[in-house]
Design a protein around this ligand. Structure first.
Ligand SMILES: *Cc1c(COP(=O)(O)O)cnc(C)c1O
Length: 421
């Protein structure tokens, strides 16, 4: 269907209908997979025009859909479909897809942060992102500063000052809810702080949000004015634990820079994986909705269980707290990934995990199957114990990514495994 006739439709509809026209492929209802590394031109002049359009954005083919492709590392039809669909779902002008979520994060860093610049990010944050800004980028002469309460305006402004003292602030990075404690970050606050710094210094930092945990249907960062919305498509969007992919949405001018440098770094998403993600996006809203309703039932069961010391679930945020106010304003659901803490430590946790029959012991999240892991010895293995405790991760903390099985079966398995503790 022509793209213009779909304008104004809801994200759930765009996820099914946007970005592919069957007339382009012999009427096939679903897009073909274009397994090719290179593309032929009808004439030498056409080849020149295609290159001019890609590199300079000028000439007779500039801005035309189906302007032609050059070589699959620079772009391919599957990428066009996925990127236009992802941008439409996120409500952004454009999107770029990468070979993994971390490929997307590192491309943002290498494109928008220059030697001498500083970056401000929240803690906790995904381990790979912590490493990217804490130990990899400083090798290129960049600086980092962190905030721990992303809902506290004074604390965030103080951290921004500290970052500015180290060097011009290039990026404000927020993961919300943050992994694994479900800490909220106030995106309106991040945008306001970026605007203030822009007015004051003449250089406005970009606000980057990692929207992996809730995904594009339950949280809408672009509508809140953030510059770049990053999603690990590996998780809920692809949703079957069978591929890795990453996406970034935002203004065309920023996405164009990411795409141009992607041709140098070679971290684009390949045709087959792009096709799988497009296929999976069609059912993402429904899958996420079911996973979220299952998660609520599982969280309630765990909260009431005598062997469980606590449950860190967004749906249980206390009325009247700043985090709850941000959650009510910013989120349309509580997600399906959360942590719970057993009375006891590693030994008790391991007894429970080894007694599970249905739930699978693995890191990652957002798949159709329910996954569980012991945080201290897996996802946070490399974090010293004091650091873990400060971040709310005890020796009895487990992260659960609730999937699509029947909620009663998930709860029955947890119940019998808790008997083993
Ligand atoms: C998994 C994850 C990433 C990294 O994505 P990959 O596709 O595994 O590279 C980034 N951020 C969050 C919040 C994640 O959960």
């Amino acid at each position: 269907m022509a793209a213009d006739s779909l304008k104004g439709l809801r994200p759930e509809t765009l996820a099914v209908a946007y970005g592919y026209d069957p007339a382009e492929a012999l009427g096939a209802v679903k897009p073909p997979v274009y397994l090719t590394s290179t593309f032929i031109y009808p004439s030498a002049q056409h080849a020149k025009d295609v290159h001019e359009a890609f590199f300079d954005g000028t000439g007779p083919l500039a801005g035309k859909k189906g302007e032609g492709h050059i070589y699959s590392r620079l772009g391919h039809p599957g990428l066009d479909i996925l990127e236009s669909r992802l941008a439409a779902i996120d409500g952004a002008e454009a999107a770029a897809a990468f070979s993994s979520g971390m490929a997307a994060h590192s491309s943002i860093a290498l494109t928008f942060v220059k030697p001498g610049d500083s970056v401000l990010h929240g803690r906790p944050i995904y381990g790979g992102v912590d490493m990217l800004y804490g130990s990899v980028m400083p090798g290129f002469g960049t600086h980092v500063e962190t905030y721990t309460d992303g809902c506290d305006p004074d604390a965030v402004r103080a951290a921004a000052r500290a970052a500015l003292a180290k060097g011009p602030l290039a990026l404000i990075v927020a993961e919300t809810p943050a992994n694994p404690t479900a800490a909220m970050v106030d995106l309106d606050l991040m945008v306001a702080v970026a605007d203030e710094i822009g007015r004051e210094t003449g250089r406005r930092p970009l606000v980057v949000v990692d929207n992996t945990l809730l995904g594009p249907f339950a949280q809408r960062p672009i509508e809140q004015g953030v510059d770049l919305c990053m999603t690990s498509l590996t998780k809920y969007c692809a949703g079957h634990s069978d591929l890795l992919a990453g996406g970034v949405s935002g203004k065309l001018e920023l996405i164009h820079q990411l795409r141009t440098l992607r041709t140098t770094w070679g971290n684009h998403l390949d045709p087959f994986t792009a096709w799988l993600v497009v296929r999976s996006l069609e059912s993402a809203a429904v899958r996420i909705e079911r996973a979220m309703s299952n998660a609520r039932l599982v969280a309630e069961f765990l909260r009431d269980h005598p062997k469980v010391a606590g449950v860190t679930y967004l749906g249980f945020l206390k009325e009247g707290t700043p985090a709850r106010a941000v959650y009510d304003r910013q989120c349309k659901g509580a997600g399906s990934t959360f942590s719970f803490h057993l009375h006891g430590g590693e030994a008790e946790s391991f007894r429970m995990l080894d007694a599970l029959r249905l739930l699978k012991l693995a890191v990652s999240l957002g798949g159709s199957e329910t996954l569980i892991c012991h945080s201290a010895t897996t996802t946070h293995y490399a974090v010293p114990r004091e650091g873990r405790l400060a971040g709310g991760i005890t020796d009895g903390t487990m992260r659960l990514s609730v999937g699509l099985e029947h909620a009663d079966d998930i709860i029955a398995d947890l119940s019998q495994a808790l008997e083993a503790v």
